[in-house]
Structures are given as C-alpha cells and as structure tokens.
Design a protein around this ligand. Structure first.
Ligand code: URC
Length: 322
C-alpha cells in the first residue's frame, strides 16, 4: 500500500520499509549505483622527476534506503556526477599510490562523508605506463605504454564490517610457448578425435584475481608483481629448458599454489585460462622438395574460435572448509 504521509517526514526506518506504489510482495534485494569509466591521469611532480598514473575508476554506492527506487524520492542520492567529482578531487588531494590504496581511500571518503551510505565499492583499473629507460637510465618524465597485462582492483567497504574486501587482479596477459607442453591420456571414447599430443604449442590469455585476507605488511605493488611473475614462472620455467606442462589445468594449479606460498596475505586466487589453439596446417599435398618430409610443425594456424576454457579457484584449507 502506498504511504500517504509526506516524504520529508519519513524516518530512516520508514524509508527502508515503505513500498510506495509498488507491491509489498516484492523486495529490492540488491541495489547500487555509481559512475563508470571515470578516467584520469595523475602526475606527481617531484622537481624534475615526474610520475604518471592513468586510471579508470568505477564507483558503486549502496544506500540505507531504497526510496529513490520505490518512491521516486531523490533526497538521499549522491549524484553519480558528484561521485565522479569525488574521484577527481581525491586524486588531486592525495595522489595515487597504488590502485588498492586509492580505492580504499575513496571507499573511506564515501562512508565518512555520507552517513546513509551503507556500502561503497570502487574498482580501479590502471593503464600500464612505464618509465622509458634511455641508455639504461630512467627518464625523468617520458613513459611508454607496456600493455603486457592490465592491473585492476575492486575494494568494497561495508559500514560496520570488520575489514574491507579487497580483490585484485590482472587480465589480458597473453603468453605462448612453442614446446614443453603436452596433452595425452584423456578420455578415449566415440567422441574423441583429438590425438595425443606429446609436444604442442601452449598459448593463453591469463586472467587472475585474488582476495587479500589481511593487509598487514603488504606492499600492493610488490604483491601484484609477485602474482604476475609466479604465473609467468610456472608457465615458462627456466630460460634454458622451460617447465613441462601436462595440461593447462596442471599449470594453472601450479601457478596458484606458488602465489599462495609466496603471499601469505592472499587467501584465495582464481585463474581463467582460455586455451588458444594453434593447429597443424596440412601441407602434405605439396611436393616433398617444397615442404620436406614428415609432419609440419613450423607453420601453424592460430584458431580464433573455439578456445578451451580452464578455471579453478585455490583457497587455503582453513577457508576452503568454511
Ligand atoms: O590442457 C588441456 N586441457 C584440456 O582440458 C583440453 N581439452 C582439449 O581439447 N585440449 C586440452 N588441453
């Protein structure tokens, strides 16, 4: 039933419980709103040495009432335009140390400034500008984009919660190796046409994300680099002989294990590994003088679609049992 008292006399309790002209048969069970794709470049100028950080921010606020949705009453809405302005002003006032610290700071500001905001969730994606090295010397103010992997974080702070939820990640880390990968002894039945491959190309586009259970003693930049390097280490192995992979599944597990071994503050990590297939091109119809004898393992066809998809989350046992 629609309430007939004026909106400006509603208590907070009433605000959360009135149903406007909607039906009390339904309840909003999830709501948030915010600004997406807030882009900015921050330049820290320490004399002649400048540091450039370009980021893209998404903000999401959950309020302690839903009268904006149910009653069309906007009094509690911190406009998404204002949220965007808070991102700009906060960058100006505090700079950007790491995506995680900037996201934590923004969540803190949203919750402190607006007592009716129940939860703030901020995602920060960093553009990979890297200082140019000129004859082995780091340049003071010139940068090159090295898009080997995209770095992002999502921080969620809920009022009265014990600690923030910090998920950090990387995506679009494309890797390829030309040997030390096999795939054999998988299910043999009437659907199987794929032969055993004792030596194949392995290529994937790594996406990974992980949760921090604690931030004590944590350097977010170092932790992110440790995850990236652990993934590359378990994919590539040593530079001379590499590291044998019996499957994408096993390589994924090995990389996740190394991350949990190396970063005690990470309590679980997930990886999504598409298996980007490269298939043999049949050159057998060409004369041997042109293409040689035996199988062609030099000229391969990159297969755009379909690709395999391998996913697993590895968690510490204490958490996995919860
Ligand atoms: O490493 C692999 N895992 C699979 O599950 C799979 N399936 C497939 O066709 N090729 C591969 N490779």
């Amino acid at each position: 039933m629609a309430p007939n008292y004026p909106y400006n006399q509603l208590t907070n309790y009433e605000k959360t419980n009135v149903t406007g002209q909607g039906s009390s048969d339904y309840a909003i069970v999830e709501s948030y709103y915010g600004k997406s794709f807030v882009k900015l470049l921050h330049i820290a100028r320490a004399g002649k040495v400048h540091t450039a950080k370009e980021i893209e921010v998404d903000t999401r606020l959950t309020l302690n009432s839903t009268i904006d949705y149910t009653l069309g009453d906007n009094r509690d809405i911190v406009a998404t335009d204002s949220q965007k302005n808070i991102v700009y002003v906060t960058a100006k006032q505090y700079g950007i140390k790491s995506p995680e610290e900037f996201a934590l700071l923004l969540c803190d500001i949203f919750l402190r400034k607006y007592s009716h905001v129940n939860a703030a969730k901020v995602t920060v994606t960093e553009y990979p500008w890297q200082r140019i090295q000129m004859n082995g010397r780091p340049h003071n103010h010139a940068f090159v984009m090295v898009p080997a992997a995209e770095r992002w974080t999502t921080v969620q702070v809920t009022r009265n919660a014990k600690s923030p939820v910090i998920e950090s990640g990387l995506r679009n880390l494309r890797v390829l190796k030309t040997t030390q990968s096999a795939f054999v002894n998988f299910v043999k039945d009437e659907y199987r046409t794929l032969p055993d491959a004792a030596d194949r190309v392995f290529s994937t586009l790594v996406s990974s994300s992980w949760f921090y259970a604690s931030t004590s003693g944590l350097d977010f930049d170092k932790a992110w680099e440790t995850v990236r390097d652990s993934i590359l280490e378990k994919f590539a192995g040593n530079p001379e002989d590499g590291l044998f992979s019996p499957s994408v599944q096993h390589t994924l597990y090995e990389a996740e294990t190394l991350v949990l071994n190396r970063i005690p503050q990470v309590d679980s990590i997930v990886m999504d590994l598409p298996n980007k297939h490269y298939v043999e091109i049949d050159l057998s119809k060409f004369p041997k003088e042109m293409v040689g004898e035996g199988p062609n393992n030099e000229v391969l066809l990159p297969l755009d679609k379909p690709s395999g998809f391998i996913h697993a989350r590895l968690a510490r046992n204490s958490k996995a049992k919860l």
